[in-house]
Design a protein around this ligand. Structure first.
Ligand code: FMN
Length: 193
């Protein structure tokens, strides 16, 4: 069975560079790795612990988010930076994932991309801090800060920077390698040699 990665973009823009990066990841994923994008960030209600009950009207969209994360072998976040932080919509989604614990020990890629030379490093740091407290499994190979993103993808969102393409491919391969490190995550059978 394929290694399934869920991409979550922190941007709601239709021409988002961060969403384009995740789409590019899906296109360059090696055989045996499937990358799908989560859509629904803007449908989530504002997080409140009082809404976090099975009977809540909020539960359908929240349940969908949690199911998508739970069903993935790994997750890749790609976020823009707004006013030196991660977008509120992304933090909102993460708040909904805290109590469900679906990100616990989940191999997780953390990307920020910005048209500025800083690459959204402050958003990257704040996303990393939140994911760390949620005990997502993050290694240094899973992190990428991408400066000057508009010089690296074209107007159609296609990658035009071979170095970036290589970095993304390596990140995907490193995440997928966790499958072998911990055994086949879809199977409880012993591995055969
Ligand atoms: C209100 C606002 C605040 C922004 N603040 C930052 C910032 O602090 N740092 C940064 O690198 N870019 C900042 N930007 C620029 C975004 O990085 C840029 O719009 C980026 O393309 C958004 O990501 P996306 O293409 O994935 O939607 C800001 C943009 C807006 C509209």
């Amino acid at each position: 069975m394929a290694f399934r990665i869920l991409g979550i973009s922190g941007s709601l823009r239709t021409s988002s560079s961060n969403t384009a990066l995740l789409r590019a990841c899906a296109n360059i994923a090696p055989k045996g790795v499937e990358i799908s994008l989560y859509e629904g960030l803007d449908k989530l209600p504002y997080f409140s612990p009082e809404l976090d009950t099975p009977a809540s009207v909020a539960s359908a969209t929240v349940k969908h988010l949690r199911q998508q994360v739970r069903g993935a072998d790994a997750v890749i976040f790609s976020t823009p930076e707004y006013a030196f932080g991660m977008p509120g919509v992304l933090k909102n989604a993460l708040d909904w994932l805290v109590s469900s614990a679906d990100l616990m020990h989940k191999p997780t890629g953390v990307i920020s991309a910005s048209p500025l030379a800083t690459g959204g490093e402050k958003a990257h740091a704040s996303l990393l801090q939140t994911l760390t407290v949620m005990t997502a499994a993050i290694k240094k190979e899973y992190k990428l800060i991408i400066p000057l993103i508009r010089t690296k993808i074209d107007a159609e969102g296609q990658l035009i920077d071979p170095l970036l393409e290589r970095s993304l491919a390596t990140l995907i391969t490193d995440l997928a390698a966790t499958k072998n490190a911990s055994g086949d995550q879809h199977s409880h059978q012993d591995r055969q040699y």
